[in-house]
Each structure stands twice: as C-alpha cells, then as structure tokens.
Design a protein around this ligand. Structure first.
Ligand code: GDP
Length: 481
C-alpha cells in the first residue's frame, strides 16, 4: 500500500492525467424481448431511477445497488450518444406520456435505439481508488426488438429449408383470416416465369398481413422474417420483399432449380440470400457483437392469459431468442461474429401485476423456461441469471377478507375504463403449465394505467419499481467497484 502511494507520488502530473483518462470505462447494455415484453417501460423506468440517484438524492431508492448503498455514487447524467446513425431512445417523450394526465404507456419498441448515461462514482478498490476520488462509467443502453433474433436460424438455412420450416407453422397461420388470401396469392404466381417486383411486393404485403394478424390479433409470437413484423428503417425496401414458398414440394423445388436466373423462383431465392447477408448478418456484426451485457425481458402473463397454443409459441420463440446467446466454441455465432456478452439476465417483467405471494412462482416459471433451453445447449462463457421485476410499479398491494380469510390483492387503475380495481389476478403456475392447468385456468390480468408518484419528495424518481436495483447490481455492479 505504502509502496503504491510512493510510486504514485513519483508519477508526474501529466502521467496521472493520462492514467485518469484511461480510467473511464464503457459498458454497452442491450435490452431486448418480444413485442410487449416491457422494453420501453424498462428503459424509461431505469433511466428515471438513475437520473435521480446519487449522494445528493440520498441514494435511497436503489438500496440493492452497492455503489449507491455505499454512498459512492455521485450522480448520473445523460451524455451524447456515441453512434450517430442509431436513433436515440426517446426518453423525454416516454416520461411525458407517463407523467401526463391522463397517464398513458409510452410507444413500444419498433426499432433499434440508444441512449448514453455517464455514471460518476468513487472507486473503492484497486489502483483507481488510489489515483482518484471520482471516475465515470459510460453506460450505453441499446434497445432492439427480440423478433430480430428469431432470424438467426436463417443463417444456416437454404431458401428451401426455410420455406419448409415455415410450412410447419401452418396450423397457426390457418388461425388467421388472411391465410387464404396469402395462399391464393402464392398459387397465382408462375414461379418459372420472369419475376416482377410489383407482384413480389404484393405477395409480401399479403404475407406481412398474415404475420401481423397472427401476432397482434391471435397473440402468437414467432414470425419470420422478423423484419417483416418490425421493419425498422427497412420498411418498404425490396430487401424485405420476401415470403416462404409453403405451397411447393421438395420435388418441385428441384425442378425450379433448373429455371432461368430471371424466374420468380430464382429471384425469390436470391432475395432470401440478400435478406440474410444484408439484414441478418449486419445486425449481428454491427450491433450484437458489440454488446457487453444483455437483458432479455419476458412477459409471462400475457401468454398465460391467452391460452396454451400462444404460451407454447412464446416458449419456442424464447428458445429461438436464446440461441443467439449460445456462444460455445463450435457455435456458428462464435465463428462468424465473436460476440462478447459475458452476463445475460432474463427478467420476468410487470411483476406488479400479481400479488406478492405469486412473485416467487413467476420467477420459478421463468427459470424453467430458461433451463429448458439450457438443456439443449449451454450458455458457454456467459453468466446467466433470472429475476422478476417491475420497471414502473403501477399497483399497490393489500389484503381483503374473503369468507373469513385474509386474501392478498393488487390495486391499480384499469387502463381501459380508468376505474380503480382491486383484484386477485389468479395463481401463476410454478412450473411449465400442464394440460390440466389450461382447463382450469382463471387468470384475470388487467392492464393497469402507469402510476407516477404525485407526492414526489425532493428530487426523487418519478416512479416506484420492483428490483431495478438488483438488476443494476447484477448488470453493472462489478464495473463500479
Ligand atoms: P415493448 O414492446 O417491449 O417496448 O413493451 P412496452 O415497454 O411498450 O410494454 C408493453 C406494455 O406492458 C405497456 O404498454 C404496459 O401496459 C405494460 N408494462 C410494461 N412494463 C410494466 C410494468 O412495470 N408494470 C405494469 N403494470 N405494466 C407494464
């Protein structure tokens, strides 16, 4: 210790300044999840808590985050984002929506976006603590739709294999009234004839309507290509004019291979290749490979509310999402993109929807969902954790007497009719639900209006949360020692 101090004294002023500059650290935290998982609400809630944290604020709202608990957190500020070509996360609009009267939830994630925070803290350990009283961790939070990860298998599939894999989803497609339109359109093309862009676009529009209807109206999750569901900046571009040939048999595929390169078939096959090389690969290469930490949000309640088929579909979509985090030495991802995510957190979101006695069940259900996929392949080189959280707690807990018994309830404002409701939303299964469960299930998860703290004291955060401090400790705690 004394010797370190002595050597530090020997360092000239300039050398110390250089050393200090290099002490600033950067961390890229990615947030994802399927549509409606709670990504926008999470980032809004987290940033709001962070901007109101620090010694001046009393460090009281994030007690499980060690740097705050130890009173080493000076404060958190917004900073200019590093990537000028990624849209900014619209934090101001999101807070405005929630704090406005009547309050509403901000617009959900439709594209990738980013925001940078500068976290100023006092280092407690290591050389840094000897050199300086204050260091900065730049935290880049990147939000992107989980649906984009559903395209990963396309990297390994040929156009024919991809079309065959989509045929396996036919029972789900058939639930939509748009299915027959799509099939009629498909049957109307002469695949051997010379392709034309307008026709390709027309059939793509019909396929897109089918996918959107399956997801938005029928409550399913899996949809490929993921960008047809959430196109981001590629909306309306020809690279998205793509659909699977689910009406073509294996024999017909080999006959079509022999057609002219200008045929509908070969044009579509090339489109598939271009989608993979110009959309799927660049996402992994330009963004994914640069993430340090990843949070995957999972809404367990909505699919439980919807039914068995939707829950099973969510399960397979989640497993497909998890494939992107299996970085074993032999994995395609590792070979192609060298990802560096070393901590992965799966968090069940919106936990304020259920009574406190059910929160443990939600966590154990999520753990089972994650473990099931871990059995297939390990998340090598990546630490994995599960939690149950709420970014913007919009209910309060209470007890009511029912038939002489005390029963836990949640109380909040119904988003639709703006009335105060007090209810027991139902029991959450501890493990993956079996057949019996679906026959008896009686869930009643209503959507609550977001609640902000009207009697805000001092410079405290605008919202309450459940375990955001635990999330922070897991995902960034080790960088703030
Ligand atoms: P995204 O599609 O992943 O960006 O999802 P959002 O963040 O837009 O969340 C979808 C919906 O989930 C919101 O409109 C809210 O109704 C609900 N929600 C998200 N987070 C919470 C939460 O912490 N508590 C409650 N009660 N509802 C939430």
């Amino acid at each position: 210790m004394a010797s370190i101090k002595r050597s530090l004294k020997k360092l000239g002023k300039n050398t110390q300044a250089v050393a200090l500059r290099t002490t600033d650290k950067h961390l890229r935290l990615a947030v994802t999840g399927l549509a409606g998982a709670g990504k926008t609400a999470f980032i809004t809630g987290l940033v709001n808590q962070l901007l109101h944290s620090g010694v001046a604020e009393g460090n009281t709202q994030l007690p499980l985050w060690r740097v705050a608990r130890d009173s080493r957190l000076y404060g958190v500020k917004r900073d200019l984002q590093p990537d000028l070509t990624i849209p900014s996360f619209n934090y101001e609009a999101a807070v405005h929506a929630i704090t406005n009267e009547p309050s509403s939830w901000p617009q959900s994630t439709r594209n990738i976006s980013e925001l940078r925070l500068a976290i100023r803290y006092r280092p407690a350990k290591g050389l840094l603590s000897k050199l300086t009283e204050s260091a900065t961790l730049y935290l880049d939070i990147v939000d992107y739709p989980g649906e984009w990860l559903l395209d990963l298998p396309m990297l390994k599939q040929s156009f024919q294999q991809w079309s065959e894999s989509q045929l396996e989803r036919i029972s789900i497609f058939k639930r939509s009234s748009y299915f027959s339109d799509f099939i009629d359109e498909l049957n109307s093309i002469e695949l051997t004839a010379v392709a034309n862009e307008a026709k390709l676009q027309k059939i793509t529009d019909s396929y897109q309507r089918l996918l959107l209807d399956c997801v938005e109206e029928h409550g399913f999750y899996y949809a490929q290509p993921g960008r047809l569901l959430l196109p981001g900046e590629l909306d309306g571009t020809p690279v998205l004019a793509l659909f699977p040939l689910i009406n073509v048999s294996a024999e017909q595929f080999s006959i079509l291979e022999k057609t002219e390169s200008t045929s509908f078939y070969h044009t579509l096959k090339r489109r598939y290749g271009e989608y993979v090389s110009r959309v799927v690969k660049p996402f992994y290469h330009d963004y994914f490979a640069k993430f340090d930490r990843q949070l995957v949000l999972v809404d367990c309640f909505t699919p439980l509310n919807r039914g068995k088929e939707q829950f099973d579909d969510m399960k397979s979509a989640l497993q497909a999402v998890m494939e992107s985090f299996q970085f074993g030495q032999s994995s395609l991802l590792k070979r192609l993109f060298s990802p560096k995510i070393d901590k992965l957190l799966f968090a069940a979101s919106k936990i304020d929807h259920v009574t406190r006695d059910q929160q443990g069940n939600v966590l154990s259900l999520l753990s089972q969902l994650v473990q099931q996929s871990q059995q297939h392949a390990k998340f090598e080189g990546c630490e994995v954790e599960t939690m149950a959280i709420s970014a913007i707690k919009s209910t309060t807990h209470g007890m009511v007497k029912q038939n002489g018994r005390d029963v836990e309830v949640v109380k909040g404002i119904d988003l639709d009719n703006r009335e105060v409701v007090t209810l027991f939303p139902g029991e959450v299964p501890k493990s993956l639900p079996v057949a019996d469960f679906w026959q008896q299930q009686g869930f009643d998860f209503v959507s609550f209006a977001p609640r902000n703290l009207t009697e805000k004291q001092g410079n405290k955060a605008d919202f309450e949360h459940i375990r955001l401090d635990h999330v922070l400790q897991y995902l960034v705690g080790d960088k703030l020692k």
